[in-house]
Write a protein that binds this ligand. Sequence first.
Ligand SMILES: [Zn+2]
Length: 340
Amino acid sequence: MGIFKPITNESHRNRDDGERARLGLGLAETLLGVGLAALAATALIAALTGVASLAATAHAQETAQPGGASAEGLAADGGAPSAQASETQAAAKRLVLRRAGVKPRIVRYAGTKPAIFRFEFKGKRKRDVQVQVVHRAEDGKKTVTKRWNRDDLAPNTVHQVKWRPRKANGKPVPNGRYFFRVREQGGKFADADKAKGNHRLKSYSHIFPVRGPHSYGDGIGAGRGHRGQDVFAKCGTKLVAARAGVVKYRAFQGSGAGHYVVIRGRKSGMDYAYMHLRKRAKVKPGQKVRTGQMIGRVGATGNATGCHLHFELWSKPGWYSGGSHMRAVTKKLRLWDRWG
Ligand SMILES: [Zn+2]
């Protein structure tokens, strides 16, 4: 305490309630500094007479978005003289987070790992807290995807929620950017400006199956009735399931596919075929597989020139059972590739 920097809007946002209330004069100077002279005069009077309500009001009008989640020091906590009890009471209304971080930062539908969001708030009393995960669309539109209500949570303790990115009907949530935020139930969103960790993440319906350096070879057709897309990579490169599902076939075809495996996609209506694996696939027929789960390694078994994955997508009802191979396979692979 005691350090007062000229305040920009940004650092003003970062200042915690209690500190700002105690620095009533500082607030007045700030407001003068940014040219809000009329307001400042009132603030000055308020500050001089020890009334903190204006500071609290000014704060209340700010947006409650969790901010940049920088890990720079922690805001001063408590320690206000008893004469300023009303100020601390006002400040205590809004949750202040010490920690707000999610891991991993990319999750997949029915993936191997759920997102774990950990948070901790300051203060002296228990609170009824709501955690939300919010989708941020390309156009900036925010939609709450899921809420968790947790009653009587202790301050200064790490709490966590686990999120598997799916809708109530079991399908994947929209692809793209998400973030977690916290508030007191029925109250304002917590101040996360100084919280440790990063509360943002991305969720995707698929993962690119070749987990290493790669290049694209022949696509659909390719002058020889090619039914998929070739992806070249070093033999031994890890192969994972692009989408969760159930293993439908695992076999060896010496004259063509070599070691191959076909997985019926969960809630996607498609079959996913992986060919020329180095060895027999690690997953067996009937087995449930998660998005991103290892199924084998890139090889050159069967009729293959060079180490590569031959990948096919088949529409409902599936691979050589009434469906047809999808021309969109290359486009899809390239999209999943961009998702990382
Ligand atoms: Zn091929």
